[in-house]
Ligand binder design. Structure first.
Ligand SMILES: Cc1cc2nc3c(=O)[nH]c(=O)nc-3n(C[C@H](O)[C@H](O)[C@H](O)COP(=O)(O)OP(=O)(O)OC[C@H]3O[C@@H](n4cnc5c(N)ncnc54)[C@H](O)[C@@H]3O)c2cc1C
Length: 240
């Protein structure tokens, strides 16, 4: 899967127990902090959350908003980052702006870094355009496009050497520069993101992002992720 990566920086431990405690407080007379030792184990908590909050389209999503996960997303193209960043509720982002430094671009210009470490160009293969017309992206075209990225990096280097600010010179960098970002969300907003970006007609790279995101989701909240896979994944459902 190209060089794309998603790593977990930090996540709420025992997230399904946290959801369960939040759910439990909805109907418990007691202060649930005092009952936390009697909470079901992580797996059972996940099963209960699904049974009492989600099954049968109950749609009681509030308790899923408490556990948080912070992810480092790496090597995706700018266009994909731009799409994911449109999701504003319950999700925070930090991403390099190229306003302060473009060292990676200079490295490409000087041949110190592989152009494909810094720019994303789609793999050679057969594609379909938005009107449904098929076309092939050839090795020859791809090589030319990589060469174009190198030339643009050299022009960037020239402009920086001539004294332009990074925020000025960045305007000529090819669009699909790889951009790493840090993203935090809760279990509900994570599912919302998957709903909108894991659809079959989503941009190829957004689908790859969603596959990796789902793997992290599965390791963090296994029961909830399984429920998601069976009931919502790739079904283009409206957001929870
Ligand atoms: C296939 C696809 C193509 C797209 N193309 C483009 C494009 O060409 N250009 C472009 O700019 N954007 C585009 N978008 C982005 C789209 O318009 C939304 O901005 C983006 O999907 C965020 O969705 P959201 O509002 O559901 O998410 P969030 O911001 O995470 O919001 C979550 C939910 O909160 C509620 N909500 C959030 N904000 C408001 C609000 N202000 N008022 C009322 N309810 C709110 C809604 O229920 C929303 O679903 C595209 C999205 C998709 C999925």
């Amino acid at each position: 899967m190209d060089k794309f990566r998603i790593e977990v920086i930090k996540a709420t431990p025992n997230p399904q127990q946290v959801m369960w405690l939040a759910m439990h407080q909805d109907y418990s007379e007691e202060f649930v902090w005092d009952q936390r030792d009697r909470a079901p184990d992580e797996t059972q908590a996940g099963d209960n959350v699904i049974k009492y909050l989600l099954a049968g389209e109950r749609g009681h999503y509030g308790p899923l908003e408490h556990p948080q996960i912070t992810l480092n997303v790496g090597f995706f193209p700018h266009s994909m980052m731009q799409q994911v960043r449109t999701h504003r509720v319950g999700i925070s982002f930090d991403v390099q702006s190229f306003r302060y430094t473009g060292k990676r671009i200079l490295d490409v210009a000087e041949g110190k870094r592989d152009v494909e470490d810094v720019f994303y160009i789609r793999p050679v293969g057969d594609y379909t355009n938005r009107q449904g017309k098929r076309y092939s992206y050839t090795q020859g075209q791809r090589s030319e496009d990589l060469e174009w990225c190198i030339q643009a990096s050299q022009r960037y280097q020239q402009r920086i050497a001539e004294g332009l600010a990074e925020e000025h010179a960045r305007g000529i960098i090819p669009f699909d520069t790889r951009q790493h970002f840090v993203m935090s969300c809760n279990a509900r907003s994570l599912m919302h993101l998957l709903d909108l970006r894991w659809k079959k007609d989503a941009q190829l790279e957004a689908q790859k992002f969603s596959e990796l995101l789902f793997e992290r989701f599965q390791a963090w909240t296994p029961q909830l992720a399984q429920w998601y896979l069976e009931t919502r994944a790739k079904k283009a459902k409206l957001s929870p």
